[in-house]
Ligand binder design. Structure first.
Ligand code: HEC
Ligand code: HEC
Ligand code: HEC
Ligand code: HEC
Ligand code: HEC
Length: 219
């Protein structure tokens, strides 16, 4: 986990608020503001450029196993594509709270108590964790710094698909990160996601303004 002092973030936030006020569109400047392709451009003078990095940190198709070795090699493709399981069968907290969560071993054992383990060392490991009553120590694939507020609930309830942020997980033999998770990534989507027009209609512009407010993500 990466940490920064609250004081230093607060300072930058204040600078951001000042920037926000300076950049507040008066009617005369409304046209100019509109023509700005993405509002993130206006922030670039103020903040370190790497925050706007949109490059993928991991190439799709390149196994993350090279970077993160999970205690059990868990194949998403087999469960989702072959067995037809819904993401939220295992990540059931995604529409209820901040974290999507990783399922407890009891969810796995609902099926795996019955699945043959012959010549399947990964399943032997699963049964060993279960027999010992130990939680599988999964390593995090996605991890935002603690000073960023992100909640799954709001995004999932708004109708976003998991794949918009996590990529084609149903095709992954090992879960891997496909987005930078940098501020520019969040802001780009907040500036233009079609669900905002669909869900907010005439209030969409207002909602978009809220979604670029520093305090929305830095509480
Ligand atoms: C059978 C249960 C199961 C199903 C179904 C499932 N997952 Fe997972 N998921 C897991 C487990 C276990 C992990 C932890 C191991 C790993 O990271 O590969 C995980 C990890 C993840 C992670 C990475 C978590 C992190 O550490 O950042 C994402 C993202 C994810 N799943 C998304 C999805 C999506 C999207 C779907 C549907 C397309 C899905 N999962 C379906 C069990 C499941
Ligand atoms: C708007 C983008 C977005 C959408 C949509 C989204 N996620 Fe995530 N997900 C993230 C981010 C960002 C993180 C890292 C959160 C953190 O580190 O606090 C994350 C983390 C996770 C994790 C790791 C455990 C956790 O909750 O921190 C899992 C599992 C996961 N997502 C599954 C899903 C599933 C399943 C769906 C669809 C039902 C989904 N996500 C939809 C952005 C998204
Ligand atoms: C709905 C039932 C179901 C659930 C729930 C489920 N699995 Fe599976 N899983 C299966 C089946 C069936 C297979 C075997 C598919 C095949 O024959 O290729 C499998 C295959 C696997 C494999 C691949 C084994 C190999 O080497 O071929 C692993 C690892 C695995 N599961 C782990 C897990 C874990 C960990 C969980 C809980 C997070 C989980 N499963 C939840 C039904 C399930
Ligand atoms: C793929 C598009 C997309 C990405 C990427 C995305 N968001 Fe969002 N986010 C949305 C949409 C759409 C909404 C508005 C949901 C609504 O109000 O219906 C939203 C709303 C929010 C909210 C408001 C929640 C509330 O309670 O009002 C926060 C906070 C937020 N996002 C944080 C983040 C952060 C932090 C990131 C990056 C780590 C991120 N989002 C990435 C699409 C996205
Ligand atoms: C939609 C969500 C979102 C909004 C709105 C947002 N940020 Fe961020 N911000 C993030 C995310 C995500 C990161 C983490 C990037 C990373 O991991 O490097 C971040 C990181 C930062 C950092 C870097 C801290 C450090 O030490 O690395 C600063 C400074 C910052 N934001 C300032 C601002 C200011 C000022 C505003 C308003 C003008 C703002 N942010 C609006 C999501 C947001």
């Amino acid at each position: 986990m990466r940490l920064m002092t609250r004081a230093s973030l607060a300072c930058t936030l204040l600078a951001g608020v000042a920037w926000g006020m300076a950049g507040f569109p008066s009617p005369a400047h409304a046209e100019e503001t509109k023509s700005e392709e993405l509002f993130t451009l206006g922030m670039k003078n103020l903040l370190p450029p790497e925050l706007f990095d949109r490059n993928l940190v991991v190439t799709v198709g390149e196994p993350l196993a090279a970077a993160i070795v999970q205690p059990i090699v868990f194949p998403h493709d087999r469960h989702v594509k072959v067995l037809g399981m819904d993401c939220q069968y295992c990540h059931s907290n995604a529409r209820k709270g901040i974290h999507a969560g990783v399922p407890p071993e009891s969810v796995c054992m609902g099926c795996h108590a019955l699945v043959d383990t012959t010549d399947r060392p990964e399943l032997v490991k699963l049964k060993d964790y279960w027999a010992k009553g130990e939680a599988i120590p999964w390593k995090k694939v996605h991890d935002l710094p603690d000073y960023v507020y992100f909640s799954h609930k709001r995004h999932v309830v708004a109708g976003l698909a998991c794949q918009e942020c996590h990529g084609e997980v149903q095709d992954m033999t090992v879960d891997q990160r496909v987005a930078s998770l940098k501020m520019g990534w969040c802001l780009d989507c907040h500036a233009q996601h079609p669900s905002i027009d669909q869900n907010y209609g005439t209030q969409a512009e207002l909602r978009r303004a809220e979604l670029k407010d520093c305090w929305t993500c830095h509480k």
